[in-house]
Design a protein. Structure first.
Length: 94
């Protein structure tokens, strides 16, 4: 688990410059996956994961799978919804 701003986050991550490799475990408590906003624009590429979904503010959840890419504009509420395997994503911030 990562700690950010004194809060434990539901993932582990490795950061290098403006790229983050983030891993969400399949056995995490789904209540830890909360709506949130990021301070920067983010491009996300799914490296592994099955059954996971991403939901943007005022939209229905969308299933994501290996190879998918999506954009999250800064200050836009969003969340991930738990899947059946670990989710690993590559995040690049603008």
């Amino acid at each position: 688990m990562a700690v950010l701003g004194g809060k434990v986050k539901p993932y582990t991550e490795i950061q290098q410059n403006n790229t983050i490799i983030r891993t969400f475990s399949f056995d995490l408590n789904e209540e830890e996956l909360v709506w949130h906003r990021d301070h920067n624009d983010r491009n996300v590429k799914v490296l592994t994961g099955e059954g996971w979904k991403v939901q943007m503010d005022n939209q229905l959840p969308k299933e994501i799978k290996r190879g998918d890419t999506f954009f999250i504009p800064k200050e836009t509420y969003h969340r991930v919804i738990k899947g059946t395997t670990d989710l690993v994503v590559k995040i690049t911030e603008d």
